[in-house]
Design a protein around this ligand. Sequence first.
Ligand code: NAP
Length: 285
Amino acid sequence: MSKWTAADLPDLTGRTVLVTGAGSGIGLIAAREFGRVGAHVVLGVRSPDKGRRAVAGMPGEFEVRHLDVADLGSVRSFAQAWTGDLDILVNNAGVMDVPAARTADGLDVQTATNYTGPFVLTNLLLPHLTDRVVSVTSQLHRQSRLNVDDFDWRSRRYHPMNAYRDSKLALVLFSLELQRRLTASGSRVKSVLAHPGIATTTLAAHSSANVVNRLGFLLNDPEHGALPTLYAATQDVPGNAYVGPDGLGSIKGHPTVRKPGRAGLDGTTARALWRATAALTGIEH
Ligand SMILES: NC(=O)c1ccc[n+]([C@@H]2O[C@H](COP(=O)([O-])OP(=O)(O)OC[C@H]3O[C@@H](n4cnc5c(N)ncnc54)[C@H](OP(=O)(O)O)[C@@H]3O)[C@@H](O)[C@H]2O)c1
């Protein structure tokens, strides 16, 4: 059987897709492809000018809106302004290995970008969702030693790569817990996970982890890195699916359904993390 590519995307005419962090990298490629097959694509970006430049001339229907996912004020304004159906939400925006810093809300920047902001955004947009939420995580969630009681790095010494690993495990726990909640409430909306393997975007450009990018031929190019997101967003996968590349170690290749790390499957931790995040952000749980 031939491998799945973006050429296999279904027609999305009449559907609305929101991609966060869609001004560059995998998010931009995913947005371009959603637009190519007819979706109305909303790019939620922290720099609207950059977003508009990125989609200028691309065939399709694109709308650029300001959204800083690390800033809960921005997330709330964005969600409050949303009207009508949202068919597919892609939580793509992310940062990796960034120095310690706090947002205006006092949150850890890396955790807020990769997990806490998407948690709030998804919860606030849920009443509009008709089809699914795709959360873009990383294989590095498998190496996390997440501390649920201090997931926002308030009492421990901050470690930039551990904060990345933890934020991506938190996203896995959130996505799977969301699916449990959707199922329990009888909703047909799905919550699914995707990861790009290792893709040669600018995510790690500033980081010591960037040494791996020198081995580019062993890695996914950004076009292939976007395929798990596109697959998870449009194919007939179960809610709670974890989609990643089919190659050795799920580093590169074409999308297939795989299993997240065991820590991601722990429902007790997921519920505790949900409660802690809801308490921190004022989301009802
Ligand atoms: N590349 C990989 O190998 C890899 C592996 C595992 C997981 N991932 C995940 O894949 C996703 C996409 O990463 P990428 O590789 O495409 O990296 P990228 O090229 O660096 O793109 C990240 C995007 O997120 C946006 N962003 C960052 N902070 C934001 C914020 N506060 N609000 C809104 N947007 C924000 C960036 O916007 P600006 O343009 O404004 O900076 C950028 O467009 C991330 O979640 C990443 O963790 C990537």
